[in-house]
Design a protein around this ligand. Structure first.
Ligand SMILES: Nc1ncnc2c1ncn2[C@@H]1O[C@H](COP(=O)(O)OP(=O)(O)OP(=O)(O)O)[C@@H](O)[C@H]1O
Ligand SMILES: [Mg+2]
Length: 274
């Protein structure tokens, strides 16, 4: 594998720019620096993963990008605007680890919830309700309640709900973390299919090396305490990606590289591409 002096910049137009973001939390016990000096650009339509050990600040970073949390210093721009403005404009979609569906509403009513809350209809967006259901493969289950769905199906509903406003930027925080390995593997390729079709920019938080390689154009590896970007790895594997990918030699090279980065075996600050 060849190592290049790459950059943390987007390849093409930047959709998301994170500039020198730091975040400290003051607790009764101590002042904790969760994130330190995070600088990263994400290109329009790019799929980027944030990979790092538990507690390194991945969710904190995603919440800052989404305008749910203010950084202590530094700035974030989504399409040149603040995250709050982007959120108010429905330019951001969130998917969290737990699908958090409303148990008393059916699949279709959960998907339409953001539109209802905002007094809008699917006809105001690019999608129809039927289109959303078929996009996530739940047409047959439109009138099911969450308790009648498997974990993977619930997560598809959460994904459809996040896409309801057709946001250009999708923020996903370990969305498949609670799923069993087989469902999780299926959902990865489902997500890629949707991403291929919808051309969203995706920031995907994970601690799974396999997931990061299969999905991403680039992987930003975070170190913990304080959370810093150790390096950014370009994943130069052809698309569309298919299940055989995981058995290829290139995949194993990336897997070994990311593994040693996470374990601290590779020096900080380098950039990699194959
Ligand atoms: N509201 C808060 N108040 C105090 N400390 C916080 C708060 N939120 C997060 N932290 C701390 O910030 C650090 C990063 O937390 P964060 O949830 O971002 O980690 P993470 O990388 O998402 O972990 P995981 O993979 O387990 O989800 C942790 O040490 C956590 O204790
Ligand atoms: Mg987290």
């Amino acid at each position: 594998m060849t190592l290049h002096n790459g950059s943390f910049r987007a390849n093409g137009e930047a959709h998301l720019s994170i500039a020198q973001v730091s975040k400290g939390f003051v607790t009764p016990q101590e002042e904790l620096i969760a994130l330190q000096d995070i600088t990263l650009e994400v290109g329009r339509g790019e799929f980027i993963s944030i990979l790092g050990p538990s507690g390194c600040g991945k969710s904190t970073l995603l919440r800052i990008i989404g305008g749910l949390l203010e950084p202590t210093s530094g700035s974030v721009a989504v399409n040149g605007r603040s995250p709050r403005e982007a959120q108010a404009d429905k330019a951001l979609g969130f998917v969290f680890q737990e699908p958090s569906l409303l148990p008393w509403r059916t699949v279709v009513d959960n998907i339409c919830l953001p539109l209802e809350v905002n007094n809008r209809h699917h006809r105001d967006t690019r999608y129809t309700t039927e289109g959303m259901l078929s996009l996530v493969g739940l047409g047959r289950f439109r009138n099911y309640y969450p308790f009648q769905l498997s974990g993977g199906m619930q997560q598809r509903v959460a994904l459809a709900r996040a896409l309801a406003f057709d946001p250009a930027l999708l923020l996903m925080d370990e969305p498949f973390g609670a799923l069993d390995e087989i469902t999780r593997a299926t959902m990865r390729y489902e997500l890629l299919r949707i991403w291929d079709r919808e051309k969203k920019t995706v920031v995907f938080v994970t601690h799974s090396i396999i997931e990061a390689i299969i999905l991403s154009d680039r992987v930003a590896v975070l170190s913990s305490q304080p959370g810093r970007i150790k390096t950014v790895v370009d994943i130069n594997l052809p698309r569309p990606r298919s299940e055989g990918l995981e058995r290829g030699e290139a995949f194993l090279d990336y897997s070994n590289l990311l593994h040693s980065l996470l374990m601290g075996g590779v020096k900080n600050g380098a950039n990699f591409s194959r």
